[in-house]
Design a protein around this ligand. Structure first.
Ligand code: UDP
Ligand code: MG
Length: 248
């Protein structure tokens, strides 16, 4: 009996968010995430050692000093400071690989709370039910501009033709277990496209749907130029079709 009680401990979770020049959003984001995490801790959904990890991706504004103050105010908030701006994907990877040793699973999320944090608990439930990855996918694209919707559609069609495995309308809002994060370390992609790597790792997974909200403050750190180069990384990292095109 005693053994059984010890067998299924509460999971320690980490919520990690890359931050680049996010001084306008961090205080509010931190307070909302702390509220959700403390509620899950109090209700015995997750282990009391669960935490929030902010990754400062070489910000030029007050992002890092805000993270330091937040850590003083809420001990469950931790920070990781990168030496320079390496971009969203590399910053997130650094965060996932650094914080994974402190948790049973990590949930990655954007700092501007465009990803609906009320589904975090659903992700945790699906993790407890035996899923190693839980993908957050957008139920609709109402808040996007016509242009962004069309480019997204074009992108998914292209990726399908290239035979790249992707979860439709999923970006980087996801839960991943410790063993999946350990497997992530084996990928030495130069052009990092995380949403393509996770389906490749291949453990049991599920999807939660949510409505993506507007950024509540600050501006997008993803200008069109970065978006196109990111899509190109996705294609070139996972498909040999472009290679065949140039070599045939
Ligand atoms: N971000 C980052 N490094 C960068 C650009 C963005 O860490 O060089 C972070 C940013 O702070 C945010 C997330 O990546 O938490 C997504 O960026 P953003 O919200 O600007 O992109 P969008 O939602 O407009 O696509
Ligand atoms: Mg955003």
């Amino acid at each position: 009996m005693e053994h059984n009680l010890m067998f299924n401990p509460l999971p320690t979770i980490g919520i990690v968010a890359p931050c680049y020049n996010e001084e306008e959003v961090l205080d509010y984001t931190a307070s909302k995430l702390v509220e959700i995490l403390e509620s899950m801790i109090t209700r015995g959904v997750v282990h009391p050692e669960s935490f929030i990890g902010f990754i400062d991706d070489g910000s030029k504004d007050k992002t890092w000093s805000i993270i330091e103050v937040l850590h003083q105010k809420y001990p469950l908030i931790h920070g990781l400071k990168l030496a320079g701006n390496v971009g969203h994907q590399k910053a997130l990877l650094a965060g996932l690989l650094t914080f994974r040793t402190d948790a049973d699973c990590l949930i990655s999320i954007d700092a501007d709370l465009q990803d609906d944090i009320t589904v975090i608990e659903k992700m945790v439930e699906l993790f407890k039910a035996g899923n190693d990855v839980v993908y957050g996918a957008r139920a609709e694209r109402k808040t996007d501009t016509y242009f962004k919707r069309q480019t997204a559609l074009f992108f998914y069609t292209l990726m399908r033709r290239m035979k790249v495995k992707l979860v439709y309308n999923h970006a980087d809002y996801r839960l991943a277990s410790r063993r999946v994060l350990d497997a992530l370390e084996q990928y030495s992609e130069v052009n990092l496209f995380l949403r393509g790597i996770f389906p490749h790792i291949g453990y049991k997974s599920d999807i939660v749907y949510y409505d993506r909200l507007e950024r509540f403050a600050g501006e997008s750190k993803y200008p069109l130029r970065k978006m196109l180069s990111f899509a190109w990384d996705g294609i070139t990292s996972f498909s040999v079709t472009p290679l065949r095109m140039v070599s045939s």
